[in-house]
Ligand binder design. Sequence first.
Ligand SMILES: *Cc1c(COP(=O)(O)O)cnc(C)c1O
Length: 413
Amino acid sequence: MHTFDQQHIWHPYAKVPNSVPPHLVESADGVYLTLAGGKRVIDGMSSWWATIHGYNHPVLNQAVNKQLTKMSHVMFGGLTHQPAIDLAKTLIEITPDNLTKVFFTDSGSIAVEVAFKMSIQYWHNKHQPNKQKFITIRGGYHGDSFGAMSVCDPDNGMHHLFNDILTQQYFVKSPSMVAMDEALADLEQTLIKNAHSIAAMILEPVVQSAGGMRIYNPQYLIKAKALCKQHKVLFILDEIATGFGRTGELFALEYVDIEPDILCLGKALTGGYMTLAATLTSDKVATSVATLMHGPTFMANPLACAVANASIELLLNQPWQDNIARIEKHFYTHLSPLSQNEKVDNVRILGAIGVIEMADEIDIQKVQNQLIENGVWLRPYGKLLYTMPAFIITDEELLTLTKAIKTVVKCWE
Ligand SMILES: *Cc1c(COP(=O)(O)O)cnc(C)c1O
């Protein structure tokens, strides 16, 4: 069956026909994926940060089923519904106090596009129509649509392919790669020269996700935001990967209690059940944005909003912080020692995120097969072997996960 897939269907960042056939998943439950043939593996990826409560969760299933009997979808132009209203209320309540307006989209990339439109429209209506560019730090990832792509890391992103069509944005040194003062000095210099053409800065707070899985000092956020304010540049935080507990705080911005002008959420928003994202902003920004020029067909899909409401409630009604601390402690105990291995460059851990950066490129297919033999699903890329499991993962399952990681790192050639 997956030969058809291999021949005809594109997968993320892959060719068709694909040189590596994908694994067929029959079902998923808790932290486990059941592959065709019956092999069960622990999903160490949470389907890319999303399934924080695990698969096939009774509470989330019930929320979807309940909403399904009312309506699965209705257009959002001129109409509204309770799941969207409830979700907006909750998001406003759990995010920083200044954020009071919500725009729902169908994916993280589009949440970023909307943040960009908000920023450009804001300055346009403030009679500064030249402020249309964006500034970011290197090593970031913000999505695959053209606007979002233009602020992904220019070296490991796809910039060279789309050079002529991508807007040239401003990239400054990342606090995850150089000393914080050096990164801030670069930001300040670039703002002094170019702020007249810059609408906003966009950052993934504390953890840079798919751009390299790097972690940086949250203090950078406070200083970067102050510089942006001084130079009249809006401050966007992209918490699409870091949001909903992953880093040990509900949102990574809480490490320094910072209020962004615009906040992007996605991925774990629905507990990984379906695609939904949101862009939040303040009264001040919304007032100047006026009519926002965006409106997707599946905006605020009721099924997605209903399951998001259930997922957030489920998260907040449990001692999730203790749980993330438990996972983090396990990673420190079991993954940190790998940094002694000569094939390992370094190990990085924060909250329920564990990253092993190898000295050399990983043979993905080989490593993936070894991991599956050891009962684990991970999706390494480049030199990075990393995991961000569902928060419900038990200590025993964590042991299986980290043991598999240790096994493959040790038998590296
Ligand atoms: C995944 C991700 C996106 C893009 O979200 P999609 O839903 O894949 O479009 C944007 N920003 C960050 C930080 C992400 O991790």
